[in-house]
Design a protein around this ligand. Structure first.
Ligand SMILES: Cc1ncc(COP(=O)(O)O)c(C=O)c1O
Length: 356
């Protein structure tokens, strides 16, 4: 990967130190051009059968790319609108009720807490433990583990030993996919839900969900739609798709899918390993520089998030924005959080350090 070439794919980086992919990734020119081509085609040719066929073909291309990123088969990937939708589909599709105990971590995002709250309303007990040592907290009563792969607050990694626990593991990969290497086989998880719009620099309203073959067998399709059916014309008794695509969201926009294919190709053009290594290396550089300046950096793993304490995080975030540095504050915490991508340059970090 040529870092300068990758950086020049993102016009926003010429103007600001953009360190916010944990919320929304920067947008590559190629993605906007790809989306524009699809919109122009719809504008001039209408939305006919060819439009639908094109949308299906683009989904096929995107599913294959996401499968390659997660180290699984395309048949194990559903295309969703968000991490939250993927997590919701899984937790609602497991027949969870009284007698279930779900172990989660004490640093989860509302995207997972929402489905957990719904599971609790159905009678499940929810227990909390530390993300980095969660496997030790699995007991005989635990029936499911659901937690982040990468914690959104400080960038801690989930306990690797979760790969060995004797119950299904559902991972929230919002801060994982596109940011750090993800191998769902090595993680030995049953589901991995992630976002298109964050580290994959895709369109808002896009996401991905890995469903293992074992989980697919027992997971109810909570909201089957036209696209969930293998033969939609055959009525209510028609079989559903035999693979994870039965959990696809029904109506991803053609231009959004084209956007995501182009973003993926922009990011991956020089090899994903270099993307991961460069981003994690720059993030570690930032964390060390902050510590050297006496800042308290939140516990983190080898990831792309760096959070540090600030006396007035909201005001500082605004002051940084005025100095053309985009980071976020984390509600109800003392933290500011920078998301560092392979597209960043050490100068972005210096700009942040001088202004923070
Ligand atoms: C750990 C985590 N989970 C879930 C979400 C929600 O993601 P989405 O908007 O894709 O549903 C986020 C968003 O910041 C997150 O950081």
């Amino acid at each position: 990967m040529d870092p300068a070439a990758l950086r020049s794919s993102f016009p926003v980086l010429a103007r600001v130190a953009y360190l916010n992919a944990g919320t929304n990734g920067p947008v590559p020119t190629a993605a906007v051009q790809a989306a524009q081509r699809e919109l122009d085609s719809a504008l001039h040719e209408g939305r006919t059968a060819a439009h639908y066929a094109r949308r299906t073909e683009l989904q096929h291309q995107l599913r294959a790319r996401y499968a390659s990123l997660l180290g699984c088969d395309a048949a194990e990937i559903a295309l969703t609108t968000s991490t939250s939708e993927g997590l919701g589909r899984v937790l609602a599709g497991l027949e969870i009720g009284p007698g279930d105990e779900i172990l989660t971590s004490d640093q989860e995002h509302p995207g997972l807490l929402g489905p957990l709250k719904a599971a609790r309303a159905r009678g499940a007990k929810i227990r909390f433990g530390p993300l980095a040592r969660l496997a030790q907290h699995v007991t005989e009563a635990t029936t499911l583990v659901a937690c982040s792969h990468v914690g959104w607050l400080g960038g801690e990694l989930a306990d690797r030993a979760l790969a060995e626990v004797p119950v299904p593991v559902i991972l929230d990969g919002a801060q994982g996919a596109g940011a750090v290497p993800v191998d769902v086989r090595a993680l030995n998880c049953d589901a991995y839900a992630a976002a298109g719009q964050k580290w994959l620099c895709g369109a808002d309203g896009t996401g991905l969900l890995y469903v293992s073959p074992e989980l697919l067998e027992r997971l109810l399709t909570i909201a089957p739609s036209y696209t969930s059916f293998a033969q939609p014309g055959k009525g209510i008794d028609a079989p559903l798709q035999s693979d994870a695509s039965r959990h696809d969201t029904p109506s991803l926009a053609r231009e959004s899918v084209a956007f995501n294919v182009a973003s993926y190709d922009t990011l991956g053009s020089g090899g994903w390993t270099t993307v991961f290594d460069r981003a994690a290396g720059l993030a570690e550089e930032l964390a060390s520089a902050l510590r050297a300046r006496g800042r308290r950096v939140a516990p983190r793993g080898a990831t792309t998030l760096v959070a540090w304490e600030d006396d007035e995080p909201t005001a500082t975030r605004q002051r940084l924005a005025d100095a053309a540095v985009v980071v976020r504050d984390l509600p109800n915490t003392p933290y500011l959080r920078a998301s560092v991508g392979a597209w960043n340059h050490p100068d972005d970090l210096q700009t942040l350090l001088s202004a923070a």
